[in-house]
Design a protein around this ligand. Structure first.
Ligand code: HEC
Length: 196
């Protein structure tokens, strides 16, 4: 009878499932280890382990880049969206100026006016830019284009070179402009084991 076939299939699948379920609990403690995958290696983790402690630059990678090289990177890979001299383009507004505007009601958000720490620029550009090709820049290119943007904002001289040591030392004008969020319900206590 044609119409009884689907039911027969269901019964067979159900029987197989039950059979598997019976086998599973018989594992001894020694065999509870997963039998798939492989231990993750430091090399596997490296491309993901790119966070930077922006207040002191911890985690900034080796490499270096100066303002002139940064201008070349900018013109090849950023100008189309951000416009000449980072003053605004078809996709995003200016990344230059606005310094001091944070205390006014017409504040202008640029890396120079807003970021409290220069390594934020490295972290953000490396992760997110160019917007159509994130994570495609070398560390040298990111250092260089960061140096260029900082220079356009008047925060480093034209011969400045950014690297692990120099970048955290750049004093950003809005360094003390942020306040800690001290509302009582934001006091999350870090917990790694036996957490409530
Ligand atoms: C395809 C367009 C595009 C390209 C190419 C591009 N950007 Fe952007 N960029 C954007 C957009 C859109 C934003 C705003 C993103 C947002 O607010 O989430 C942005 C934001 C930024 C910001 C943050 C600005 C701020 O005021 O905080 C920086 C810095 C930046 N881009 C740098 C770069 C650099 C450096 C390059 C080249 C290596 C680049 N961008 C290439 C589209 C682009």
């Amino acid at each position: 009878m044609r119409s009884s076939r689907p039911l027969a299939v269901v019964v067979v699948v159900a029987a197989m499932t039950t059979a598997c379920a019976v086998v599973t609990p018989s594992r001894s403690p020694a065999t509870t280890e997963a039998k798939f995958g492989r231990p993750v290696t430091e090399t596997d983790i490296a491309p993901w382990d790119i966070d930077i402690r922006t207040s002191n630059g911890k985690g900034l990678p080796p490499g270096r880049g100066g303002v002139a090289e940064g201008k070349a990177v900018y013109e090849a890979k950023c100008l189309a969206c951000h416009g000449p001299d980072a003053k605004g383009g078809p996709v995003y507004g200016s990344m230059v100026g606005g310094i001091g505007s944070f205390t006014t009601s017409t504040r202008v958000l640029t890396p120079g006016s807003m970021y409290p720490y220069a390594p934020i620029l490295f972290d953000y550009i490396r992760r997110a830019m160019p917007m159509d090709k994130p994570l495609s820049l070398s560390a040298n290119e990111v250092y260089a284009v960061s140096a260029y943007i900082l220079n356009l904002n008047g925060l480093v001289p034209a011969d400045a070179v950014m690297d692990q040591t120099s970048m955290p030392k750049v004093q950003m004008p809005n360094r003390d402009g942020f306040i800690l969020d001290d509302r009582p319900d934001t006091h999350a206590v870090r917990c790694m084991r036996n957490c409530p």
